[in-house]
Design a protein around this ligand. Structure first.
Ligand SMILES: [Zn+2]
Ligand SMILES: [Zn+2]
Length: 394
């Protein structure tokens, strides 16, 4: 075979192996993984068509993810940033394209260094966030505040909170209503109950929302318009809310958590610290009494868990969406009608799988290189033998 052809064959094989591995790991892998996920269907028995007066088609398709932790300028290595942000962008964009959620909630810790970033670095983080989580007007993106966005309670101040709220153009504590479903968003960083100015403001807002929701329920039950004591209250669809927040409600530890994305066994029995890992007992009880939520979705722990509070209030801990925090990130798919809901979990590609594919491609390249060297060596030996043979015959 002429040398020109050998070079081309080697080049084509090299490009095939490198390009194939790159294309698979950086684009293609997200499709088959997310294609396995589907919107859960509300069963008729649980309040689907005919029972709550709303057909299953009128339920909201909500995607819930958490703890994206976009790395900042201080603690973020450029390669870490590049890898993990690209992973989240591809996962999010592929999920949007394949699953078409109507609303997406991100449960806080959007940024890793919002708690201390300068204005310039903050603007850079925000610009990257908007690029990664871009979406069409068919999808509403709702972002909650976490301790990494504005700081733990003692680090939080009005400037950081308002900077966050301005970027996302909304108050961090409010109700989002969609297709008759009330989603209650709570600024859980401000629930220390110590009378700090932001805590007072958030509690006042929560008390008002609780009154509005209770008045809405009572008015609908009585059927006689506005109830006494409810004058001036804003009416919402008469249904208990789905509560979303960054901190989980109080629980002792993750000892009771199971499943492939629960905390590692050696960490499950570590006791949670109130107001640091989870909300205080008092704040948790107040929220449950005020709102009687039919479901609570929270982040912060970076691991999955299902908890039942007071034997009637289910809470789901949503794991981190980023490879930086876990090898097997995931998000929740929720189909929610005004009186029922059903959830499923969608796992993203594992980082270890991608590393294995790159390692295998590297091993293939090494073998090809060795084979090529051996082949060339054999060719040279053959040529030298031929030349020597000719020389001798002369
Ligand atoms: Zn976090
Ligand atoms: Zn957090």
């Amino acid at each position: 075979m002429p040398r020109f052809s050998v070079k081309w064959v080697v080049a084509v094989v090299l490009i095939g192996v490198v390009g194939g591995a790159f294309f698979f790991c950086e684009y293609l892998i997200y499709f088959p993984t997310i294609l396995k996920c589907a919107w859960p269907k509300i069963s008729h028995a649980r309040g689907g068509e005919g029972i709550d007066g709303h057909s299953v088609d009128s339920a909201v398709r909500a995607m819930v993810l958490s703890d994206t932790h976009l790395l900042g300028a201080v603690g973020g290595h450029w390669f870490d940033k590049l890898r993990r942000e690209w992973q989240m962008e591809r996962a999010f964009q592929t999920a949007l394209w394949l699953l078409r959620p109507e609303i997406v909630f991100i449960l806080g810790d959007i940024f890793d260094e919002g708690k201390w970033s300068s204005q310039k670095h903050w603007e850079d983080d925000v610009r990257r966030f908007h690029r990664m989580f871009r979406h069409s007007t068919d999808t509403e993106l709702v972002v909650l505040v976490g301790n990494h966005d504005i700081g733990f309670h003692y680090e939080m101040d009005w400037f950081k909170l308002q900077r966050f709220e301005k970027v996302f153009n909304a108050s961090s504590t409010r109700i989002v209503t969609k297709k008759g479903v009330n989603f209650l968003l709570v600024n859980s960083v401000a629930l220390h109950g110590d009378g700090c100015p932001i805590c007072q403001s958030v509690e006042k807002e929560l008390i008002k929302l609780s009154r509005d929701l209770n008045c809405s329920l009572q008015s609908a039950q009585s059927g006689s318009g506005v109830m006494d004591g409810c004058e001036g209250s804003q009416l919402y669809p008469p249904t208990p809310p789905i509560m979303l927040q960054h901190y989980p409600l109080f629980r002792v530890s993750d000892a009771g958590c199971t499943g492939q994305d629960a905390a590692p066994p050696e960490e499950r029995h570590l006791l949670f610290r109130e107001k640091y890992d989870v909300l205080s007992k008092e704040a948790s009880q107040r929220l449950l009494q005020w709102f009687k939520p039919r479901l609570i979705l929270s982040g912060h722990t970076h691991s999955g868990c299902e908890v039942l509070h007071d034997n009637k209030y289910p809470e789901i801990s949503v794991p981190s969406f980023s490879w930086r925090n876990r090898n097997n990130p995931s998000f929740i798919l929720a189909t929610v009608s005004p009186s029922s809901y059903t959830l499923s979990k969608c796992f993203l590609p594992e980082e270890s799988t991608v590393i294995s594919v790159y390692c295998s491609a590297g091993a293939c390249l090494l073998l090809l290189f060795l084979a090529h060297c051996l082949w060339m060596k054999g060719l040279l030996q053959c040529l030298s033998l031929c030349l020597l043979g000719k020389h001798k015959s002369l």
